[in-house]
Design a protein around this ligand. Structure first.
Ligand code: GDP
Length: 424
């Protein structure tokens, strides 16, 4: 059976923890999109880890971890991550890399930096991991698939061709040094050596695995609102964050995805620019940021402070719908235990009209939050394992949100650890 674990919001919902937890029952975990631009934080028996490229199932020795064709594969980052976990006594994970995954080239990272520099104050708040230039090249059909590393003559010719195009931009738009094809080629040969033992025809592998009835998890990065089609365009990421894309980014039939577990966070946080209707500021935001997640809401990749906000029912209802949610995992609820009252955004006012439907970007930018305040529970809910044992106001908060978003909350996460979970 194939399940997808995806985010409903702006990312950082706690997908890593949920995937790590569900990996206990999984045989295969597949990353199907995105790259090393976002991170998952995972706390388990080995310690606390920030993963950027590796799937969150690498900590179990019964699982196979797959980098699907939809991923922006940064080969040195992948192997640095493998080394980091192995150095901390995690057994060497079984890893497979799709022969159709495309490679983040060293110049993608440079272009990302140069473009943010050029845009100055109008930048997208990129993490400068090369993701946007990478996906632009993929769809402009000048990207490099992993299998291309194994045909040196053709590779070299293509590098020369691509460098001509890149160098025009480097010289005239960015006023930066040109690419050196010899150097690039040598780097590609290093990449080839690193990746060679893991290269696999992933769609064929998964076809067989599905036939054998294996349990497969598709792990998404970021969330619905960062999807390039259905999110807050253009302040989105460059690959689809939706479960539907899991079929493409892993190479499996769409009808095999039987469960879509959408991770929804009990309050809001976002990184990068873009409309964020329920955003809060000042001391109120600082306190939530300080107490949030596991050790504060700061980017797992960049360390940047995240923007904070109250729970947004409008955005989350939409985020769950567009994912095709079968189950909601409601996370980091324990963090809210300090509040006397908890505001929740239940509608948007746009041009004097109230809506609970998530609008397109132009309208979203004008939206003002309509807040409703729920009573807090003023206690620490970590360690509770039964739903009935949660304080009444806490259950009321969960049930209110479940009704607003219209999808069943079947899991409640009340701490960062694998076992901090309440099933309903
Ligand atoms: P992801 O990208 O969706 O995997 O999310 P991140 O890893 O960036 O952010 C989630 C953060 O919250 C991590 O630091 C997790 O350890 C932490 N976390 C996940 N679930 C919970 C929870 O239920 N309670 C608390 N306190 N922290 C959690």
């Amino acid at each position: 059976m194939v399940k997808a674990v995806v985010g409903a919001n702006w990312g950082d919902e706690g997908k890593g923890k949920i995937t790590d937890m569900l990996s206990k029952e999984a045989d295969i975990i597949v990353r199907f999109q995105g790259g090393a631009n976002a991170g998952h934080t995972i706390v388990n028996d080995y310690g606390k880890f920030a993963l950027h490229t590796l799937p969150s199932g690498v900590f179990y020795d019964h699982t196979t971890s797959i980098i699907g064709n939809g991923v922006a594969l940064n080969i040195p980052v992948l192997f640095k991550e493998v080394k980091e976990i192995v150095d901390r006594d995690v057994p060497m994970p079984k890893i497979l890399v799709s022969d159709r995954a495309q490679i983040v080239m060293p110049y993608h990272i440079l272009f990302d930096e140069y473009e943010e520099e050029r845009l100055g104050g109008k930048s997208f708040g990129s993490t400068k991991s090369g993701i946007a230039p990478f996906y632009s090249d993929k769809y402009a059909k000048i990207g490099f698939q992993v299998n291309e590393l194994f045909d040196e003559k053709t590779l070299r010719e293509k590098l020369e061709r691509v460098a001509v195009q890149k160098n025009v931009l480097l010289e005239h738009l960015y006023h930066k040094p040109a690419l050196n094809v010899d150097e690039l080629f040598n780097t590609m040969m290093e990449y080839k050596e690193m990746v060679e033992p893991y290269v696999c025809d992933v769609s064929a592998y998964l076809y067989q695995a599905i036939k054998e009835g294996k349990n497969i998890l598709l792990e998404g990065q970021l969330g619905s609102l960062k999807d390039p089609d259905h999110g807050i365009y253009p302040m989105v990421t460059s690959s689809s964050t939706l479960a539907a894309y899991g079929a493409i980014g892993a190479g499996i039939p769409p009808y095999e995805i039987k469960k879509i577990i959408t991770v929804v966070k009990a309050y809001s946080s976002a990184v990068g620019a873009g409309a964020f209707v329920s955003e809060i500021f000042g001391e109120e935001a600082d306190e939530l940021r300080r107490r949030g997640g596991d050790g504060g809401e700061f980017g797992a990749t960049t360390g940047r402070p995240r923007r904070m906000g109250w729970f947004d029912c409008v955005a989350s209802k939409y985020g769950c719908r567009i994912q095709g949610t079968t189950d909601v995992a409601f996370t980091v609820l324990d963090v809210l235990g300090y509040l006397d009252e908890i505001p929740v955004c239940v509608g948007y006012e746009v041009d004097g009209e109230v809506t609970t439907d998530f609008p397109t970007t132009g309208k979203l930018e004008k939206a003002k939050p309509i807040l409703k305040t729920l009573p807090g529970w003023k206690s620490d809910i970590r360690g509770i394992t039964k739903y009935e044992e949660l304080p009444e106001n806490c259950r009321n908060y969960i049930e209110f949100i479940e009704e607003q978003i219209g999808f069943p909350i079947t899991m409640v996460s009340n701490g960062p650890g694998r076992d901090d979970i309440i099933y309903r």
